[in-house]
Design a protein around this ligand. Structure first.
Ligand code: IMP
Ligand code: MG
Length: 175
């Protein structure tokens, strides 16, 4: 039986695959002749990062950070705690931060400040999803997969209480 918590499809598996291919092509063009460090934000960005990585033809490394934002489960406070830091220095490197979703933008704002202070050569953001209606800080997001409406999204890495990350599509949580 279909899980009743899985609501309307926001982004289909086909659209995800097509868009990840397009983003990969853009990144290949923009970073030609350079070498890249992709930083995935655990855990939500894992599926997106893995698929995007397969599209890349520029030399690249991957690293991960895990953060938790204080606040309720659906509203981030902007106060962020690092649970897992990068393994390696990014000083002088071309860094692409890969996020699953930018909602209020507070988490990303913190991450950009934190990573920027480590003196990378460049620092850009690639976010699979954004919810423009919810944005509380203006942020430079170089690559965006899809803008979605103000719904809680699950699937393709995004969870609700740690479940539904395995879905091949992005759906709205049906509460
Ligand atoms: P922000 O700080 O409000 O931008 O929220 C950032 C983090 O909250 C994201 O990286 C996600 O981990 C989580 N988040 C925000 N909206 C959603 C959603 O619709 N589904 C799943 N996780 C979300
Ligand atoms: Mg996240």
């Amino acid at each position: 039986m279909k899980d009743p918590a899985i609501g309307e499809i926001l982004v289909s598996a086909d659209d995800l695959e097509r868009r990840v291919g397009e983003l990969g092509a853009e990144i290949n063009r923009d970073y030609a002749g350079r070498d890249l460090v992709m930083i995935g934000v655990l855990k939500g960005a894992v599926l997106f990062l893995a698929d995007l990585l397969r599209e890349l033809e520029v030399p690249c490394e991957i690293d991960f950070m895990a953060v938790s934002s204080y606040g309720s489960s659906t509203d981030s406070s902007g106060v962020v705690r690092i649970l897992k830091d990068l393994d390696a220095s990014i000083e002088g490197r071309d860094v692409l931060l890969v996020e699953d979703i930018v909602d209020s933008g507070l988490t990303l704002h913190y991450l950009l400040k934190n990573l920027g202070a480590r003196n990378p050569r460049s620092l850009e953001v690639c976010a699979l999803l954004t919810k423009p209606e919810r944005r509380r800080v203006d942020l430079p997001i170089r690559y965006v997969g899809f803008e979605i409406p103000n719904r809680f999204a699950i699937g393709y890495g995004l969870d609700h209480r740690q479940r539904y990350r395995n879905l091949r599509f992005v759906a709205a949580l049906q509460e």
